[in-house]
Design a protein around this ligand. Structure first.
Ligand code: CO
Length: 277
């Protein structure tokens, strides 16, 4: 299991109200993080020492006294001085919008103004901590298939199989996609020929716009749901946020070409141990 994210919630300065800090501390605990609260009226020095001792990933500073412009940057400065500049610092409390650019420039990663949903704060922390640790994603297993949009499946099969020598694995109608598809074997990978069943099909629209040709690349993965969640959190535009049923009973989902260099990518998780691969 991955180590839980450790957060120090700290109240620098002289103000005596910590309801907001306690609320965020509890919310982050509910999100599965380990949260330590310093208590009121801490100096930047005390906060930085606690953070290092407790080996936290994140310091959340809350300040209502108006002294954030001195106190927050001082925390960042001391962390760097003590070789702990990799600890993420975020801030909240009563902070005028005009002060935010200054604080960001001084190394505070983000300022959460009152009313920010705590879920947003938690997601931000998760992504930033992951970025700092270095993202560790398994590569897709292989190029599962190349999808090619064709106007006439029979004609395309005849060229690919009888002239080019590909072996036809099967023909299938996928009603949900409005296509008839043929899978052709090619070593470890396949070619998927797609013919639109109606002018409403995405393949028909593709052919109308660009002509016949390569439509998508499908990558074989074995963690499609987790991977989609992860990609979403990383800001990748998804066409499908949850996997859906594709040909052969595979689970598939498409990523938006806007996020992937203009290429439509399909994630494809094949059926469980059918031995067809
Ligand atoms: Co496909």
């Amino acid at each position: 299991m991955e180590k839980r994210i450790r957060v120090l919630i700290a109240k620098p300065g002289l103000d005596g109200h910590d309801r907001g800090a306690l609320v965020i501390a509890q919310a982050l605990r509910d999100e599965g993080m380990e949260v330590i609260y310093t208590g009121l009226r801490q100096t930047p020095e005390q906060i930085v020492n606690s953070a290092i001792q407790e080996d936290v990933d994140v310091i959340g500073l809350s300040c209502l006294s108006g002294a954030h412009n001195e106190l927050f940057p001082e925390v960042v400065r001391l962390l760097r001085e003590k070789d702990a500049g990799d600890i993420l610092v975020i801030g909240g409390g009563v902070i005028p919008d005009d002060d935010i650019p200054f604080l960001l420039e001084r190394g505070i990663a983000k300022i959460f103004t009152p009313g920010t949903p705590t879920k947003e704060t938690a997601d931000f922390i998760r992504i930033e901590v992951q970025k700092k640790k270095g993202i560790n994603v398994a590569p897709p297993e292989k190029l599962e298939h190349v999808g090619i949009a064709v106007k006439n499946l029979d004609e395309a099969i005849s060229v690919y199989c009888y002239t080019l020598g590909f072996k036809l694995l099967g023909i299938e109608t996928v009603e949900s996609e409005g296509v008839k598809v043929a899978f052709l074997e090619m070593g470890e990978s396949k070619i998927e020929l797609l013919e639109p069943l109606s002018s409403e099909s995405a393949i028909a629209k593709f052919i109308e716009k660009k002509g016949e040709g390569i439509h998508h690349l499908a990558l074989k993965v074995n963690d499609i749901e987790e991977r989609l969640d992860f990609l979403k959190k990383q800001g990748v535009k998804l066409i499908h946020e949850k996997p859906k049923q594709g040909a052969h009973g595979n689970q598939i989902a498409f990523l938006h070409p806007k996020s992937t260099g203009g290429v439509l990518l399909e994630l494809c998780q094949t059926g469980h141990g059918e031995g067809k691969e």
